[in-house]
Design a protein. Structure first.
Length: 316
């Protein structure tokens, strides 16, 4: 906020509903958003001076990238800013579920100290981890799994990682089905698009081991939550850790909230001093850079195509 105030006229939106945003975006050169608000074609059309949209975070499924590109509007985001924060969150859930933290903590709070002898936990050392989506976060998860816990790592990604990246994590590329069948831990790190929406469904869950723990710290709609609950009910899954939900905030009566075999957090994996500072400074510097005529540091859409469309529309 300090950097923005020193460098530009700063306006804070009074709301994130479509009507408010469409009214207040008129005359704005740059827009920075977090999780609230939908940046669709209707909003972009109202942004008569809009040159850049910055996403304070990694996921950008709330932004119509195609519509922005067509209108000559650059979109930037902050990949890598929250990598370590999310990676630590993933391992916290893996360890917590492996050692029955939810049940043990509830039992202790109820005065049942001897619950300690009724449930047997397990170590993650030396076990097999499957990573679905081997980008920045997935790769770092793999490195930590190998170096800190001696885990065997399989990964699935539509693009093979360079050999040196695979070597750092001791990672072997496998099919989606192979990852599900062979891993005691499966963690999801994919973007949300048509190919990943509902990729964890009844069919994919049926492939998983009954001693497997599934972690989702990417995007909620990647997982069909009702099917995860069913798999847990039928003891076809050891546990589930989720930081994201199909609908956020999750509605009352959610099938996973309150279960003893899950660990859930309210999309808070990146809510650390370090993660938030990295995202804030990163998005501000990139947005201000674009407004000053510099090439974007972390573009979502193709800067050359954006510039070509600006010229076509007479915005340059």
């Amino acid at each position: 906020m300090r950097i923005l105030r020193e460098s530009a006229e700063l306006r804070m939106a009074s709301g994130t509903d479509p009507q408010t945003l469409q009214r207040e975006i008129v005359g704005v050169d740059g827009l920075i958003i977090r999780t609230g608000g939908i940046v669709d074609a209707a909003l972009l059309d109202r942004g008569d001076q809009l040159k850049v949209v910055g996403r304070h975070g990694v996921g950008y499924d709330q932004i119509d990238i195609e519509a922005a590109t067509e209108r000559g509007i650059q979109v930037v985001y902050t990949p890598g800013a929250n990598t370590q924060s999310v990676v630590e969150h993933v391992f916290a859930m893996m360890i917590g579920l492996s050692k029955h933290f939810p049940q043990m903590m509830s039992a202790l709070a109820a005065g049942d100290y001897h619950a300690r002898t009724r449930m047997m936990g397990r170590d993650i050392q030396g076990r097999t981890l499957g990573i679905v989506g081997f980008g920045r976060i997935g790769r770092r998860v793999g490195e930590v799994a190998k170096t800190a816990f001696g885990m065997k790592v399989l990964y699935h990604d539509i693009i093979a990682a360079p050999q040196d990246i695979e070597a750092k994590a001791g990672a072997v590329r496998a099919s989606f089905e192979e990852v599900l069948r062979n891993c005691e831990y499966v963690t999801l790190h994919v973007p949300l698009d048509t190919s990943t929406r509902a990729m964890i469904n009844a069919d994919s869950l049926a492939l998983m081991r009954p001693d497997a723990i599934l972690i989702n710290a990417c995007r909620g709609p990647v997982v069909v939550e009702a099917q995860v609950a069913k798999a847990l009910d039928e003891k076809r899954l050891w546990g589930y850790g989720g930081d994201v939900f199909e609908v956020e905030p999750p509605p009352p009566g959610h099938p996973l909230i309150g279960r003893p075999d899950v660990m859930l957090t309210p999309h808070s994996a990146a809510q650390t001093d370090e993660g938030l500072r990295n995202m804030a400074t990163g998005v501000v510097e990139d947005v201000l850079g674009v407004l000053s005529g510099n090439a974007p540091l972390n573009p979502v859409n193709d800067p050359e195509l954006v510039l070509a469309n600006r010229r076509r529309l007479g915005k340059v």
